[in-house]
Design a protein around this ligand. Structure first.
Ligand code: 13P
Ligand code: SF4
Length: 311
């Protein structure tokens, strides 16, 4: 058993022994964020995974993120504390259906949000993240027809922002769809000077009330640079850990769901990872991301296009 083990010390020992780098997303529990070598949004985590000289990437995030690390660094061993850490956006876009959608629109290019399976990436032309989509779209001619999958909220947001008419796959994130407009308006009335920072995975009825819209890193940067004393955060609330660490004198409030608090907006997939499972993964070098060479080859092209166009 694990009883009596100092897990943090053991993780440290194993990370050195295995020459492992621990990458974590902002939606991971505070203890994981605090021991990670790097915490970031999906674009920064992809860049780190592509550039690391570690032999092992221990990815504390969801499976599609760990797959991206493997695709960009196929010679490395990529471990994920819990292989069931999926994503509702990935689930909303089965590869066979996506391939059929793509085939039905041969005059469109497929711009695909990174929150999807490796198989969907193999059918995509360019991958985007919320922090890179606008820059990438600015390099695509306005008359180029585009299909966008799987997040209809994020796609609709970038359509509004860039004046495009991308054809949207009807997927959504269960976490960002759980915010309540009524409860958000009540909270704003209580804190009239607090700006709202929101993730573009939120539906338009939430984004309409946002002062800033961006990726997790953009939300964090905004929260820290804003002169406001209180900030309302409309994304998964574990990111508030970084805000409180960097600006302990400010107040950060997670945007509420229908029950009036932000507990229903925790990502249940991210929550599957734990310190215990990370320790076991580093000890046993499993669960491990395994992708066949053909999938890696075909999924890498649209990811490398993203990295080149976003730089
Ligand atoms: P970013 O960190 O790129 O903003 O992504 C948010 C998200 O929902 C990841 O699953
Ligand atoms: Fe997927 Fe939403 Fe969880 Fe992000 S927050 S991993 S998009 S389910």
């Amino acid at each position: 058993g694990l009883a009596g083990l100092d897990l943090l010390a053991e993780i440290d020992r194993l990370r050195k022994e295995r020459n492992a780098v621990i990458l974590a997303h902002y939606y991971q529990e505070p203890a994981i964020q605090d021991l990670a070598d790097f915490v970031g949004d999906s674009l920064d985590l992809s860049r780190k995974a592509a550039a690391t000289d570690a032999d092992v990437i221990a990815f504390c995030g969801v499976r599609f993120m760990a797959e991206v690390a493997k695709i960009l660094s196929p010679e490395k061993t990529v471990i994920l504390p819990d292989m069931d850490a999926g994503c509702s956006l990935e689930d909303s876009c089965p590869p066979e259906q996506f391939a059929a959608f793509r085939a039905a629109h041969p005059d469109h290019i497929a711009l695909t949000y990174i929150n999807c399976s490796a198989a969907v990436k193999t059918h995509s032309d360019i991958i985007v993240t919320s922090s890179s989509a606008e820059k990438i779209l600015s390099q695509i001619p306005m008359d180029q027809k585009i299909i966008f999958a799987p997040d209809k909220n994020l796609g609709a947001y970038f359509n509004r922002k860039t004046g495009r008419d991308m054809l949207l796959w009807p997927g959504a994130c269960i976490v960002h769809e759980a915010f309540s407009e009524t409860e958000l308006l009540k909270l704003k009335a209580l804190h009239p000077d607090a700006p709202v920072a929101a993730h573009p995975e939120c539906p338009a009825y939430i984004l309409d009330h946002a002062d800033q819209i961006g990726s997790t890193r953009a939300i964090l940067d905004f929260a820290l640079s804003s002169p406001a004393q209180t900030i309302i955060v409309a994304t998964e609330p574990h990111i508030i850990h970084q805000m409180e660490k960097a600006a302990p004198h400010k107040t950060f409030i997670g945007a509420p769901g229908a029950d009036g608090n932000c507990n229903c907006n925790m990502c249940p997939y991210m929550a599957l990872n734990s310190i215990e499972k990370l320790y076991i993964a580093l000890r046993d070098m499993t669960p491990r991301i395994e992708l066949d060479a053909d999938t890696i080859d075909r999924a890498r092209k649209p990811l490398e296009r993203m990295l080149a166009m976003a730089s």
